[in-house]
Design a protein around this ligand. Structure first.
Ligand SMILES: [Cu+2]
Length: 116
């Protein structure tokens, strides 16, 4: 059974390395100028908090089956009503914390944080 144990151990290590790589990628800041995506589903913005570098274009996609909007609390950006699969993009050029909500369902809130 020793050979079998070694093989299972190698498989475990491989899976662990993949998991670590995914975790690292999930925590790494988005590169300047790169696109970032968010979605709307089940009356929820995902992710609820998104951190991007200055110059990043964030694109929201409405994956819900009812209309939603993407509106900054300070009106820095404001989408029209997005039907299912409609997208809205905004390029963040100024660092700061941008709280936004859905004007049709104001309890839906999320934040984009823009860093240098
Ligand atoms: Cu909504």
């Amino acid at each position: 059974m020793h050979n079998m144990d070694a093989m299972m151990w190698r498989r475990f290590l491989g899976a662990a390395l993949v998991g670590a790589a995914l975790a690292a990628g999930g925590l790494a800041p988005v590169m300047a100028g790169a696109d970032a995506t968010a979605k709307i589903d089940n009356f929820t913005f995902e992710p609820a908090t998104l951190t991007v570098k200055v110059g990043t274009t964030v694109t929201w996609t409405n994956e819900d089956d009812i209309p939603h909007t993407v509106v900054a609390t300070d009106r820095t950006f404001r989408s029209k009503a997005l039907d299912t699969d409609d997208k809205f993009s905004f390029t963040f050029t100024t660092p700061g914390s941008y709280e936004y909500f859905c004007s049709l369902h104001p309890h839906m809130k999320a934040t984009v944080t823009v860093v240098q």
